[in-house]
Every structure is written in C-alpha cells, then in structure tokens.
Design a protein around this ligand. Structure first.
Ligand SMILES: C[S@@+](CC[C@H](N)C(=O)[O-])C[C@H]1O[C@@H](n2cnc3c(N)ncnc32)[C@H](O)[C@@H]1O
Length: 236
C-alpha cells in the first residue's frame, strides 16, 4: 500500500490562505465543488445532516445553501478547518477519513470530494463513509482514476504547465489514484451501488479562465471516467 506523504497535511495548512483565491493553486476545487453539489438531493426532513469529508477550506458549503442540511465538515488540516469555519458549516472536526468520530448511520448525505486520491487506503475511507451514512442516504465521491491518462493530465500536465489555477508540484501521487472497479466493489459491499460520471472543464470557459477573462469554469459531465470522475449512490 503506498504511503501518505508525511507533509501532505502541512501543505494544506500552508496553503490555507489560498483556498478562496480564484486564480490560486486550489481554484479548480471550487469548480468541482459546484458540480458535486448538483448531485446532492434536497433534504427531505427537518434535521437532515450532511457530512463533507476532507472539507478543506469549505469550498463546497456555499453550493449547499438552500438544500436544507445541517453541515458537518472534517479534515486533518487545522488551518483549513479554520478557513472552512467562515463559510457556513454548523460543526467542524479534526479527524482522519480512516476513522470517523461518528456513530453508524448518522448522516443523510456523505460527500468525499477530491480526497480519496490523497489517502493511503481510499477503499477503507469509502467503507467508513458508508458506515456513517444512514440507510436511504446518498454517498457522493469524486476523485481521480488510476489510469495513465489521468497521470498525464493530473500530474505531468496540470502540475507543470505555468498556468493559473495550477496545483503545486507534488500535490498528486499517481500511485494513490483510485481503481474504479475496486471502488464500486467496496461501496457495493458496504451497501451503496455507485453510478460513475466523468467530469471535465467546459472548454470555452477554460480558455476564458486561462486568458484572464473569467474567474471560474463550469465542469461538464462526460461519459469517460478515466481521469476525473464522480460516483453517486444511495445506501440500501
Ligand atoms: C484536494 S483537498 C480537497 C478539499 C475539499 N474536499 C474540496 O474539494 O475543496 C484534500 C483535502 O483532504 C484533506 N486530507 C488529506 N488526507 C486526509 C485524511 N486522511 N483525513 C482527513 N482529511 C484529509 C487535506 O487536508 C485537504 O484539505
């Protein structure tokens, strides 16, 4: 099993001031958060709870306003949690995806956005996400596939080309990228049948962003799930 880079969380602490910078190294996470929110169903009861795993600086929270959930965020980066605290979470906790401090079946929705590709055991983290999800609840995960194309796009190109919104070099370790069949099997054996969707940036908006004409880019759905993909499913 590959190891987590020992300085990964320190890096997110160091970058905590940049979470909301529309041209900073974490900017594309905001575009993906917006796309993820479209898969969150409106709450169907008064005390519905959503858990945002590895919430980082809280980029997801504003996209959930009006959906009716009480939001909980967890992350290991203390300074990112502090930033998230300014953006609408009802509760925040410093916790590891591998071992969540919540009882079984606590949440109506659990999301794991752009974090499974950073942990040594993403399948264990998915099992843990399913554990804290109540029957009938929705699981949403988005991450990077363990393909050569994803390595080219997310590591070789995205981290090296001198463009705005570029992740820092070393952000991604391709050995941690997620195997889709194993992800599906893990979720299924923990009660959730996931359906996968590919995502990519809207081309014209992406060009507009690169030339400085716009501050954010829509992510659009694609059939191919071999680079960036999102899985969504309900727990039996
Ligand atoms: C790429 S960021 C994604 C943040 C957020 N989900 C988003 O999409 O904007 C990855 C986040 O995972 C967090 N993280 C990494 N390993 C973690 C772990 N084992 N447990 C909890 N959080 C972790 C980092 O601190 C960082 O905030």
């Amino acid at each position: 099993m590959p190891h987590l880079r020992s300085d990964l969380i320190t890096d997110y602490d160091r970058l905590a001031d940049t979470w909301w910078d529309p041209r900073g190294p974490l900017a594309p996470l905001g575009w993906i958060a917006r796309a993820r929110a479209q898969f969150v169903p409106p709450a169907t009861r008064d005390d519905a709870r959503l858990l945002d795993l590895a919430c980082g600086g809280g980029l997801f929270a504003p996209h959930l306003s009006g959906k009716g959930y009480r939001l909980t965020g967890v992350d290991l980066s203390q300074l990112s949690l502090r930033e998230a605290g300014r953006h609408g979470y009802h509760a925040l906790a410093r916790a590891d995806l591998a071992q969540l401090p919540f009882a079984d079946g606590t949440f109506d929705v659990v999301t794991a956005g752009q974090c499974l590709e950073h942990v040594p055991d993403p399948y264990g983290a998915v099992a843990e996400a399913c554990r804290v999800l109540r029957p009938g609840g929705t699981l949403i995960v988005d991450t990077i596939a363990d393909t050569r194309l994803a390595r080219l796009v997310a590591v070789t190109l995205a981290e090296r080309l001198p463009l705005p919104g570029r992740p820092e070099r070393g952000t991604h370790d391709h050995r941690l990228f997620v195997n889709r069949p194993r992800l599906l099997r893990t979720a299924c054996s923990n009660g959730v049948e996931l359906e996968l969707h590919g995502l990519r940036p809207h081309f014209r908006e992406g060009i507009g962003y690169l030339v400085g004409r716009r501050d954010r880019v829509r992510m659009v759905p694609v059939r191919a799930t071999g680079v960036l993909f999102l899985g969504v499913g309900r727990k039996r």
